[in-house]
Design a protein around this ligand. Structure first.
Ligand code: SF4
Length: 372
């Protein structure tokens, strides 16, 4: 009963955008309970999701309950230094592969539409992510406004492309992180973080001083600059990137001319794996560290699933966590593009799973194929 009262009070204190996300997450939680976690909604793929049990290699070692590494960086003052270093990059912004070069510190906005002013859409415990991130208390998501990739099928397009959100200070973001921890979340899950990476690192520094000790989940489209990722070493505990396309032509067509997406993302995944290694849940079922790759299967083989799984098998450990998501729904402008204007079929889902298994990947999280 007290939990219900807490939820009502929390709801009454929220602005309208946060209320909408709060209701959505509440429904997701109820649905996940009703359907054994088969129909909830995840953050970055933006699609309806259901994160089942990963099929791990038999006898695979259990992950450790590691203390977040940013805590040590904070104690030595290096976390703040990293944040300040990233901040300066906004003077001629090259935080993401667009490399616009605009002076965000002088209030200009780049391709992503972000200036140096932090804008956040909502922050909530989220129950639609992978089981090992959700646990019993939820993943502590913070949804950032704007995005540098701008996919035509984005389900979060109001937030990422239409600018839905409110200006917030870095101190307010630090307080959000602490609030999520106080509400029982198991991690801080920064959704579409790249263009606000300086703000995130500086907020973490403030929050760490005030007792934050949750792992940081970097929930990204995968399209990350190597130079920026290297600066995030020791800050991020769990990388949660998409690997959307194997073919640059597809990336260019559906993600705003991002022709080099495959090469950039491959380099990013190798770097992420170097930093945090293979993701394995600890004996409490929660993830504390590692690389968790998501791949949304698209209609008509647009994503290039076979090439993606073959590349992962050849370039990363075979037990790299790989989430095959089958929940594609044509959102935003997708209906204007005939090849992606429908959901995927059962056979498209099953062939994706078969390719991943044939490639030898052993740590698969398979989403919803059985529902077709
Ligand atoms: S983060 Fe934004 S401003 Fe910076 S390079 Fe990318 S698109 Fe341009």
């Amino acid at each position: 009963m007290s939990a219900i009262c807490d939820a009502v009070y929390t709801y009454l204190e929220m602005d309208w955008t946060s209320r909408r996300q709060f209701v959505k997450d509440g429904l997701c939680f109820v649905l996940s309970g009703l359907t054994f976690n088969l129909v909830t909604s995840c953050t970055r793929c933006g699609q309806r999701s259901g994160h089942g049990v990963a099929q791990t290699e038999e006898g695979a070692p259990v992950g450790e309950k590691k203390k977040p590494s940013y805590i040590e960086l904070h104690k030595t003052g290096k976390l703040k230094e990293k944040g300040q270093d990233l901040w300066q990059i906004m003077e001629s912004c090259r935080l993401c592969p667009r490399e616009c070069g605009v002076n965000r510190l002088d209030n200009h906005r780049g391709f992503c539409r972000a200036s140096s002013l932090l804008e956040i859409s909502s922050f909530q415990p989220h129950f639609g992510e992978e089981d090992s991130l959700v646990g019993s208390g939820g993943s502590g998501t913070i949804f950032y406004t704007h995005c540098g990739l701008r996919c035509v099928f984005c389900i979060n397009w109001q937030i990422n492309q239409e600018g839905e959100g409110q200006p917030r200070s870095i101190k307010e973001m630090a307080q959000m992180m602490l609030d999520l921890q106080a509400r029982g979340c198991h991690n801080i899950n920064v959704v579409t973080p790249t263009h606000y990476s300086p703000h995130i690192v500086l907020a973490l520094d403030i929050a760490a001083e005030r007792g934050l000790n949750l792992p940081v989940v970097y929930n990204t489209c995968g399209w990350e600059r190597l130079e920026i990722l290297k600066k995030l070493e020791g800050v991020v505990d769990i990388y949660l990137p998409d690997f959307k396309y194997a073919d640059g032509e597809m990336a260019a067509k559906y993600s705003s001319d991002a022709l080099a997406y495959p090469e950039i993302t491959k380099a990013a995944l190798i770097e992420m794996n170097r930093q945090v290694g293979v993701a394995r849940p600890a004996d409490d079922g929660l993830m504390y560290r590692g690389l968790m790759i998501r791949h949304l299967v698209m209609p008509n083989r647009i994503g290039g699933t076979k090439q993606i799984v073959d590349w992962i098998a050849a370039n990363l450990p075979r037990d790299t966590y790989f989430n095959i998501m089958s929940q594609y729904v044509p959102m935003h402008k997708a209906s204007q593009y005939p090849k992606i204007s429908r959901k995927i079929t059962g056979s498209e889902c099953r062939e994706a799973v078969a390719w991943a298994k044939e490639a030898g990947l052993t740590n698969l999280d398979i989403q919803g194929c059985s529902l077709f």
